[in-house]
Design a protein around this ligand. Structure first.
Ligand SMILES: [Zn+2]
Ligand SMILES: [Zn+2]
Length: 151
């Protein structure tokens, strides 16, 4: 009993708290920054923390798309409106002026190839296409995306 006096318990609690606080400090600084620059130009929203866009400012609405602005790094993101039938994609757009006209198709084609593990040695079966098919399927990225695939 003597070696576990109240003072000692208190002391160890304080040092534990102190350690927790010093551990928490860098994390809370990071929370004020953002991860935009670490993210690729196209992301699948469901694969990222749900608060990713909550921290951003909603600055525009288009046809099934929303524009977000990151207050930390000033990156603009065009985010698909949520639709249970469609994979929700977010892309970095260069400016607020061009956000609706920005062509994200090349990014989607790249993402399809990346997610599916590259191209195969087969040729796309689309009549007259001749492009390499995506790994595991019969179509090239263009014809997969035209069929509605987003990854
Ligand atoms: Zn940012
Ligand atoms: Zn094709």
């Amino acid at each position: 009993m003597a070696e576990l006096g109240p003072g000692e318990r208190c002391g160890s609690l304080h040092s534990t708290l102190g350690r927790l606080i010093s551990l928490a400090r860098p994390t809370s600084d990071v929370a004020h920054m953002c991860s935009c620059s670490d993210l690729p130009d196209l992301i699948y929203v469901e694969e990222h923390p749900t608060d990713l866009f909550v921290r951003m400012e909603h600055v525009g609405t288009g046809n099934w798309v929303e524009l977000y602005h990151c207050p930390s790094c000033h990156q603009f993101w065009r985010v698909d409106a949520w639709d249970k039938y469609q994979v929700q994609i977010a892309v970095k757009v260069p400016s607020q002026e061009e956000w609706l006209s920005f062509d994200c198709k090349p990014l989607i084609l790249d993402a399809i190839v990346q997610v599916r593990g590259g191209l195969s040695s087969e040729t796309c079966v689309w009549s007259g296409c001749g492009a390499k098919a995506v790994n595991g399927v019969a179509y090239c990225p263009v014809h997969l995306s035209e069929a509605g695939a987003r990854r």
